[in-house]
Write a protein that binds this ligand. Structure first.
Ligand SMILES: [Zn+2]
Length: 274
């Protein structure tokens, strides 16, 4: 399996990242794309990707470089130079996470829009895919993307939690859709069980968004007491999505791995080069 979104540079993993990576590999996660959410976190995600290239018993780690809408207020011309430099490393496979979050509005909306557009411009310029975040902002988000889409290679809306209408809009924009353990949440994610069936096979990918969104379908005894999610729990997402799509886990896993490799332009084989 491939986890397309794990916040490995989050402080929640500072103490035991190696063990977390080892557990992920043992659980069948062969590759992780570590999410960059600010200049410093993107730098840290790249470091993790580089370091992990040297360890034989972990999954392969790649990274994204971007600025989350929450941090848009700190965005400057200099940030864009940093992202451009980071994106020059072969471990960095996408620009993001970037987008709009009008749910929490940790940054003013105009700052979010500026920061989002600048990163789409960068991705278009570099010919790189984008890793997108959207919360309570589907109208503005779609409008911005509609303008940039012809110049973007590939784009994924990560942690999709929206409505049927929003999904249809995103598929019309030829976006890929990332599904997290939100689908395993009986309080707020049940609508996704129906929606994931509508996503074409070559457009759906899975992610943990660790350390967030621990799958609630996990038996209580298996859930970590801290509530911290880890890439090793990706199987719960895969299981829920496969079941919802009425596909076998093996069949869905094979398809989504192929989709993910094509999206991030990952090496075809899962063996580390050494
Ligand atoms: Zn996000």
């Amino acid at each position: 399996m491939i986890d397309i979104g794990a916040n490995l540079a989050n402080k929640a993993f500072r103490g035991d990242l190696e063990a977390v990576l080892r557990r992920a590999r043992l659980a069948g996660v062969t590759t992780i794309v570590a999410t960059g959410t600010s200049e410093s976190v993107s730098r840290a995600a790249l470091e993790i990707a580089r370091d992990n290239g040297a360890s034989a018993d972990g999954p392969r780690v790649f990274a994204t470089a971007g600025i989350h809408p929450h941090h848009a207020k700190d965005f400057s011309r200099g940030s864009l130079d940093t992202l451009r430099t980071l994106a020059g490393s072969p471990e960095v496979r996408a620009i993001g996470e970037c987008g709009l979050d009008f749910d929490r509005n940790f940054s003013p909306r105009d700052a979010q829009l500026r920061c989002f557009e600048a990163q789409l411009e960068l991705a278009a310029d570099l010919g790189m895919p984008v890793f997108l975040h959207e919360r309570a902002a589907e109208d503005d988000f779609s409008a911005v993307l509609a303008r940039f889409r012809p110049r973007l290679t590939r784009a994924v809306v990560h942690c999709f939690t929206g409505s049927a209408e929003t999904l249809a809009r995103y598929l019309d924009l030829d976006l890929h859709i990332g599904i997290t353990g939100w689908i395993c949440d009986e309080r707020r994610g049940t609508h996704l069980v129906d929606l994931v069936r509508r996503i074409p096979r070559d457009r759906i990918m899975i992610e943990t968004d660790a350390p967030y969104i621990l799958p609630r379908s996990m038996p209580r005894a298996e859930r970590p007491r801290t509530g911290r999610n880890e890439p090793c729990f990706l199987r719960w997402v895969l299981e829920a999505v496969a079941k919802a799509r009425n596909e076998s886990e093996t069949e869905f896993e094979r398809a989504t791995v192929a989709t993910t490799k094509a999206f991030f332009d990952l090496p075809a084989d899962d063996v580390k080069p050494h």
